[in-house]
Design a protein around this ligand. Structure first.
Ligand SMILES: NC(=O)c1ccc[n+]([C@@H]2O[C@H](COP(=O)([O-])OP(=O)(O)OC[C@H]3O[C@@H](n4cnc5c(N)ncnc54)[C@H](O)[C@@H]3O)[C@@H](O)[C@H]2O)c1
Length: 260
């Protein structure tokens, strides 16, 4: 098993990408702390993992609360002895247009998308430095790499990429690896609206060169690689898992121009 004996904290693990990653990690031998704002959802995921022979514990946590994030890490260490992997995954969508964003919305997107991962990194780093190893995976977005709207969210996701790069450089010498994943459009709670609008879903899918929307598992496989010892020499990587979306807007150009 690829994560045998490792302890992982996954934030926002009650749904979508976080849930798929928690389940994948547990199947690969990791003990998983399912850190989730929605306590019931988190409990359900932990229960499913434990019922399937894996090992997981659920913790209700708001990752925008610095003290709660410190407590999440302390509780993980108290329960399982260490933290080997942190996946900063919790997220939500925010208003699209800059002119619609009031001060509170802007702050909320920074708090959840950028500041919360900072809290998580800061809380796990001392233990990882002491043990001389650790893997931190920040779930950013293709929106952090391009101008595609949702400005508060996107600017925060871009900031998260920079945080990832700086941490890779600063803490590499301690054996701590920090990488980012940039998903394209993935079928999760966050994009739930697409389910009830099949025409829109089809158009969005066609914008991805591979011709389909992502499944949460597509991203979980990337997390597994970056968390595992197979990625022992990988840090500071920014990995799009996006069906080719960020490679170029060919499908979108075709849509405007018609034909091939
Ligand atoms: N789905 C996509 O198309 C897509 C694309 C790019 C990036 N992402 C990123 O992937 C990550 C996971 O999103 P998803 O698509 O699986 O969405 P999701 O809505 O299915 O899951 C997000 C989870 O985060 C939890 N959460 C929200 N706020 C929290 C908080 N303050 N504290 C703790 N948990 C909290 C939610 O309760 C939910 O369970 C997010 O960071 C998102 O920005 C998603």
């Amino acid at each position: 098993m690829r994560l045998d004996g490792k302890v992982a904290i996954i934030t926002g693990a009650g749904s979508g990408i976080g849930k798929a990653t928690a389940e994948r990690f547990a199947r690969e031998g990791a003990t998983v702390m399912v850190a989730e704002l929605d306590g019931e959802r988190g409990e359900d995921v932990a229960k499913t993992i434990n019922a399937g022979g894996g090992k997981a514990l659920a913790l209700q946590v708001d990752v925008t609360d610095s003290a709660a994030v410190n407590d999440m890490v302390s509780q993980t260490i108290a329960s399982f002895g260490r933290v080997d992997i942190l996946v900063n995954n919790a997220g939500a969508s925010f208003k699209q247009d800059l002119l619609e964003i009031d001060d509170a919305d802007w702050q909320a997107s920074l708090d959840l998308i950028l500041t919360a991962p900072f809290y998580g990194c800061r809380a796990v780093l001392p233990g990882m430095i002491r043990q001389g190893s650790g893997s931190i995976i920040n779930i950013s977005s293709v929106r952090g790499l391009s101008g595609t709207g949702e400005e508060g969210y996107s600017a925060a996701k871009a900031g998260l990429i920079n945080l990832t790069l700086n941490m890779a450089v600063r803490y590499g010498k301690h054996g701590v690896r920090t990488n980012a994943i940039c998903p394209g459009t993935v079928k999760t709670g966050l994009t739930g609206g697409l389910e009830s609008a099949p025409d829109v879903a089809r158009t969005v899918a066609q914008r991805h060169p591979l011709g389909r929307l992502g499944e949460p598992e597509d991203v979980a496989w990337g997390c597994l690689y970056l968390a595992s010892d197979e990625a022992a020499w990988v840090t500071g990587a920014v990995l799009p898992i996006d069906g080719g979306l960020i490679a170029g807007p060919l499908a979108m150009m075709k849509e405007f121009a018609g034909g091939n």
